[in-house]
Design a protein around this ligand. Sequence first.
Ligand code: FES
Length: 102
Amino acid sequence: MRFLPLDKLINLHDGYRRAFKIDQLEILLLQEAGKVWAVSSRCPHQEQSLIDAEIIDEQLLCPRHHFAFELANDGVQVDGLCASLKVFATAYEGNEIGILLP
Ligand code: FES
């Protein structure tokens, strides 16, 4: 696995949202209720940007049609209405957070 650094740990806080475009990957790093998640920055339903998505009880809500995705369950859409949201494995190295890529 390859560590891809995204941001410094000191920058994280509840409500943090930051989008990254690295090669072909569009990644959204976010923190809510003390938990950090890295997901695809576009909704798998109709490609809506998720930069303004809410997270409630570890479910990410797309701002467009309000589909809910279970972050702790591989991004599965709660009602089975579309594909899962891509959730990346996060990792820490030194004072940075990033994702693990195969
Ligand atoms: S675009 Fe996200 S739920 Fe439709």
